[in-house]
Write a protein that binds this ligand. Structure first.
Ligand code: KIV
Ligand code: NA
Length: 275
């Protein structure tokens, strides 16, 4: 059964945790979809893990659409969620609706995600009015890295904790169907999850959220430039890949690959005639 805004809300209501992973291409989307993940996120984290930038700020709408198209083709049951990149929605409500629409029309996503709380509620409302499901993202919002002065846990002071609660309630009231809580203390995320009716998806926000998300390169140990405290490496696929690359290099050099079974044949008669 296809995951929808309705089925995801039902999961929260029934206490069934929602699972989300980032995804940026067709093959991985198929694997995750077959594993029965609820949601695939084409995160603007692709700026770092796919494109090698230091942060998400240089990511463009065209980058996002390119990867969203690929993931959508591989996802049959998972809800496909695509990030609105930096400066695609902050500039105006018009830009927000137009760019959200591109992720749906061209990328074939099922919904869009944008960063910010009360401040971006006019954008959330307008996108929702265009019949596009919106996921909000509050707490440590990486597009604000320069304003924060680095990637820092948010909501630790009383004032910041109150603001996070205000933001969560504001995005719910604006019509967001789900909200990502990133880099916030676990007890605060748990309280927010109880205080609002829409599902919360945590990353670095503890087990009290209604669901979890991780960047897949982090959970598979494929990306090693920076590994935050909240990452669990579920398998060391990075080491397995590196070993396979080394084995390939060795076998090519020593001539054991390609072997007979990897090779096409032709009758010796034809070869003889060529001499
Ligand atoms: O871009 C991303 O991968 C994200 C998740 C970490 C929530 O926004
Ligand atoms: Na993101």
């Amino acid at each position: 059964m296809k995951n929808t805004v309705t089925s995801l809300q039902k999961q929260k209501n029934e206490g069934d945790k929602i699972t989300m992973l980032t995804c940026y291409d067709y093959s991985m989307a198929k694997l995750m979809d077959e594993a029965e993940i609820n949601m695939l996120l084409i995160g603007d984290s692709l700026g770092q893990v796919i494109l090698g930038y230091e942060d998400t700020l240089p990511v463009t709408m065209d980058d996002m659409i390119h990867h969203t198209k690929a993931v959508s083709r591989g996802a049959s049951k998972a809800f496909v969620l695509a990030d609105l990149p930096f400066m695609s929605y902050q500039t105006s409500i018009y830009d927000a609706v137009l760019n959200a629409g591109r992720l749906i029309k061209e990328g074939r996503a099922n919904g869009v995600k944008l960063e910010g709380g009360a401040k971006v509620c006019p954008q959330i409302k307008a996108i929702v009015e265009a019949s596009i499901p919106v996921c909000a993202h509050i707490g440590l919002t990486p597009q604000s890295v320069n304003a924060f002065g680095g990637f820092k846990v948010q909501g630790k002071t009383e004032e910041a904790a109150r603001q996070l609660m205000v933001d969560a309630k504001a995005v719910e009231a604006a019509g967001a169907f789900i909200v990502v809580l990133e880099g916030v203390p676990a007890k605060l995320a748990e309280l927010v999850s109880k205080e609002i009716n829409i599902p919360t998806i945590g990353i670095g926000a503890g087990a009290g959220c209604d669901g979890q998300v991780l960047v897949y390169q982090d959970m598979l140990a494929i990306y090693s430039d920076f590994t935050p405290k909240f990452v669990k490496q579920f398998a060391n696929v990075g080491d397995i890949m590196k070993q396979a690359f080394q084995d390939y290099i060795t076998e090519v050099k020593e001539g054991s690959f390609p072997a007979k079974e990897h090779t096409y044949t032709i009758s010796d008669d034809i070869i003889d005639k060529l001499y």
